[in-house]
Design a protein around this ligand. Structure first.
Ligand SMILES: *Cc1c(COP(=O)(O)O)cnc(C)c1O
Length: 874
């Protein structure tokens, strides 16, 4: 659909929902909106108008300066969200007041990524005004859904790590915890992905094109100066050495507050996002020397710091701008936290009683030397006293054990950009190494644990800095936390075992059930209410353990049928979406097919290549069968749905995308097979498309090489929505299996220890025999069945050699066997499948991010809820 067609159809659907009376009335100029809407627009309305409709019309007129002749659906979105923001600001001010008065300890979640998705639907739901808005908009002649879909995703994150931060902020707000997120307001977020001729192309995501989008509030009153470069000055006062960082260049950080309402409470969490601005105090020198234009240019360049989100590809290393970004972020956030401490009259030595600072991965690790510098150089602390504060304030979450993803910075770059911080880090290191040496650490241990990597140009190791500076370090799933202790950071765990924790990730049931799958939410509410466990939806959304009572429905065929019907509705919604967005999908997707999805970043360790090789193998098998055999083995067919972005510099990931679309071209258009197999690649995976994909998922592919996926959260979203996992014992899959039971999940593949052994064998020169079906699939690619033989060669040759780091060769046979001998026959038994779905929905309570946040509160932060406004917002 072209944009013009899309707008026309939106106008039509808005018209279709107009009340009968509005249709007859002649409307001059505009084709949208009810008579009431247009007559309100013509009135002069007081600015204190009270009904939602009046507020919306007010905004359209007095902020957008639009009238009956030129209002459109996007304008309605702007108006709806802005009126909602007013209410949100009221609640935020109440929250702030309570925080001020109680000086309650707050969580400060430092994350360079927040993958928020859309905010309007979420805020309407959490603030419990969705009905009010739907009705008001209906009166004005609009459909809420049309208005909601006008919103652009806020995509200030790459994937799982950023989405986790977003889910955690939601839980914190819902649980009445005083909570602040800190991040960056990038002008350009995650790139938009297009599929052109089967290849990924990228275009910039300029999400700020309409100014300051909901629910952001520009805070020009909250700004700080950030320094880069310069040198350290030393002076001795009363026999004591003092250090002062000075010189260099300056940039300003301006705050944008992203207000996040809790559900069924007036508590609001605030994500404070920093934007870089020129520091306007000109040095006289450059003026006088006549170098005015260069001076201006330098100022303009300073805004580059928050220009764009860094992609998490492996080419990140050594990018000076990224280091600048990290320090800019950290400096502004620490200054803001100190200012909040001042406002509450908190003494800096007591900082840890009032502030917990969580480092989401090592990206904000510089906040450790930054706070150290502020306490030592500006607040006159002794080293030991400052270090005590630091150690009580900070805690660190590790997100990956892939060696190429562990951050390290060349010391010479650090020295140039952050001379004083580099000295502080080296002093932290000196003291730390001395201490462990006295404790009996071996030379090997000291080399491993040093904050300095002495190879090559010498690097600072950010993970080691984060561990040494924090009082708690956690992994994000039980298996991952175990690997950290056993391998990645083993020596640290030997020296201080009590520092290491596990907090298994979770996802918010507000967005990932209630908002994206209202039919399922209704089902849950209805049945829990009938059985007397709850009164209404809020009771289980905030207490997901209650879902376990749903297993009683196993004995009720009618309830199981309801669950199948809900899945079917969501599959139909996704099928329509695919038919609209995937040109080579082969026409109407049969809704009886298994909807099998693998949606996540494209990465070799996540093994989309294993999945697409299976599809090729299915295709080869189907082609060799008679129609009867096809039905017997493959009915009712499989629709393999992929979505995900490849980092723009990650060539093999891009090859995998092209292979998926090329296989789709053949398979989806082959009349012999298209009723049994489809392969589709949905472009531009983001939070909003995830909200359509997960409710429709029946089989969720969670097939990473064991030991490589820290947790995964897509797996949780899928199972909560009644999908069954086919997967390896990796990340949180291990705990999902524990919760749902062995019978309600399809597990295959080598275990972490086996993967390690296999890799040792590879290194010793051993090669594995290729399983026949895999060989056939690889030969098919090589033979040109999907074209582009040379382009696919690096993928094919890697696997053909029988020596692959990601162990596809090892796992392929069992993966196929489980699919054909277990998944497909089980699916044909509809009652059995429905029972398994029910068990997945009912037993996923553990994976609510509320549980994760409760774990952090208890084990790591020691924070407690506050009460904002009345007990409940009724
Ligand atoms: C949940 C989510 C992720 C993380 O998915 P994994 O399968 O855990 O890698 C990434 N991107 C988006 C948009 C998500 O919603």
């Amino acid at each position: 659909m072209t944009l013009a067609e899309e707008l026309a159809s939106k106008r039509k659907s808005a018209q279709a929902s107009e009340p009968a009376v509005a249709k007859q009335a002649p409307v001059v100029g505009s084709q949208i909106g009810s008579t009431q809407f247009h007559s309100l627009l013509q009135q002069e309305i007081s600015v204190t108008s009270n009904t939602v409709s009046e507020q919306i019309v007010n905004y359209i007129k007095y902020s957008l300066c639009r009238d009956s002749t030129n209002i459109d659906v996007f304008g309605m979105y702007m108006a709806s969200s802005s009126t909602l923001r007013n209410k949100l600001i009221d609640n935020w001010m109440k929250t702030q007041q309570v925080q001020q008065e109680t000086r309650a300890k707050s969580v400060n979640y430092l994350s360079l990524e927040f993958l928020m998705g859309r905010a309007l639907t979420n805020s309407l739901y959490n603030m419990e005004v969705g009905q009010t808005y739907a009705e008001s908009l209906r009166d004005l002649g609009f459909k809420l859904e049309d208005i909601q879909s006008e919103e652009q995703d806020a995509a200030l994150g790459n994937g799982g790590l950023g989405r986790l931060a977003a889910c955690f902020i939601d839980s914190l707000a819902c649980m009445n915890i005083p909570a602040w997120g800190y991040g960056l307001r990038y002008n350009y977020g995650m790139f938009k992905q297009h599929i052109e001729n089967g290849y990924q192309t990228e275009s910039p995501d300029y999400w700020l094109k309409h100014g300051c989008p909901f629910p952001l509030v520009e805070r020009l009153d909250r700004e700080y100066v950030i320094r880069f470069g310069g040198w350290t000055e030393m002076e001795t006062v009363n026999g004591k050495m003092h250090f002062k960082w000075t010189g260099g260049s300056m940039v300003k950080a301006v705050a944008y507050d992203c207000l996040c309402p809790g559900h069924h409470t007036q508590n609001v969490a605030n994500i404070r996002l920093w934007s870089a601005r020129p520091y306007t105090e000109f040095q006289l020198g450059s003026h006088n020397s006549g170098d005015f234009y260069n001076a201006i240019k330098e100022k303009a360049d300073s805004e580059n710091i928050t220009f764009v989100l860094y992609p998490n590809d492996s080419t990140e290393e050594g990018k000076k701008l990224r280091l600048k970004q990290e320090y800019f972020f950290v400096s502004a956030s620490i200054q803001d936290i100190m200012k909040r401490a001042d406002e509450m009259q908190i003494e800096y030595k007591d900082l840890a009683n009032h502030f917990a600072i969580q480092l989401n991965d090592t990206h904000p690790a510089l906040s450790i030397p930054e706070l150290m510098r502020v306490l030592l150089d500006e607040k006159d602390f002794e080293w030991e006293d400052a270090w005590k504060v630091i150690n009580k304030v900070f805690s660190y979450t590790n997100h990956t054990i892939l060696p190429e993803a562990l951050e390290k910075w060349p010391i010479h770059i650090c020295k140039e950009l952050l001379p004083r911080h580099t000295d502080i880090i080296l002093e932290i290191n000196r003291r730390f190494l001395l201490q462990i040496q006295q404790g009996g650490a071996t030379a090997d241990m000291i080399r491993n644990m040093s904050l300095v990597d002495d190879t090559g140009c010498r690097y600072l190791r950010m993970a080691n800095l984060a561990i040494v500076g924090s009082h708690a370090v956690n992994g994000v799933a039980a298996l991952h936390s175990q690997i950290i202790v056993d391998a990645t950071f083993h020596d640290f765990a030997v020296v201080d075992p009590s520092k290491f924790h596990n907090v298994t990730n979770g996802v918010t049931p507000r967005r990932w059930i209630a908002q994206c799958n209202p039919q399922l939410a209704h089902f849950i509410t209805k049945h829990l209410k009938k059985a007397g466990y709850i009164q209404r939806e809020v009771d289980w959304v905030g207490n997901m353990d209650l879902l376990k009572h749903l297993v009683q429905l196993e004995q009720q065929p009618a309830a199981l049928q309801e669950l199948l019907n809900i899945k079917l509705l969501n599959k139909q919604r996704l099928a329509r979406y695919i038919e609209r967005h995937v040109p080579n999908c082969g026409g109407k997707i049969p809704e009886t097919m298994i909807f099998d999805t693998q949606v996540k970043r494209i990465h070799e360790y996540k093994r989309q290549q294993l999945n697409i090789l299976q599809a090729i193998s299915f295709y080869i098998q189907l082609k060799a069968m008679t129609p009867e055999q096809r039905s017997k083995t493959f009915a009712p067919g499989v629709c393999k749905i992929f979505a995900g972005k490849a980092a723009s510099a990650y060539e093999n990931a891009k090859r995998i995308i092209k292979l998926i679309t090329a296989v789709g071209d053949i398979v989806n258009n082959d009349p012999e097979t298209k009723d049994f197999l489809r392969v589709v690649f949905i472009p531009n995976y983001n939070v909003s498309s995830a909200e359509i994909i997960f409710p429709a998922t029946e089989i969720s592919e969670q097939i990473s090489t064991a030991g490589m996926e820290a947790s995964g959260t897509g797996n949780m979203k899928a199972c909560m929505n009644g999908a069954l996992i086919i997967g390896t014992l990796d990340g949180a899959n291990v705990e999902i299996q524990e919760q749902v039971g062995d019978d309600n999940i399809f597990i295959f593949g080598a275990l972490t220890e086996q993967v390690n052994m296999i890799r040792q064998k590879f290194r010793a020169g051993q090669q594995l025999q290729l399983p026949k079906q895999m060989k056939d699939a690889l030969e098919a690619i090589k033979s040109g069945m999907f074209g582009n033989v040379d382009y696919f060669a690096p993928l094919v040759n890697g696997l053909m050699s029988g020596n692959d780091y990601y162990c596809c060769v090892v796992d392929f046979e069992e993966y196929n066997q489980v699919y054909i001998e277990d998944v497909l026959p089980t699916y044909r038994d509809r009652a059995m499948w429905a029972t398994m779905m029910l068990n997945n929905v009912a037993r996923m309570g553990f994976f609510s991010s509320d549980r994760s946040i409760q774990n952090y509160c208890d084990k790591i932060w020691n924070v407690k809820p506050i009460q904002v406004g009345g007990l409940n917002m009724e």
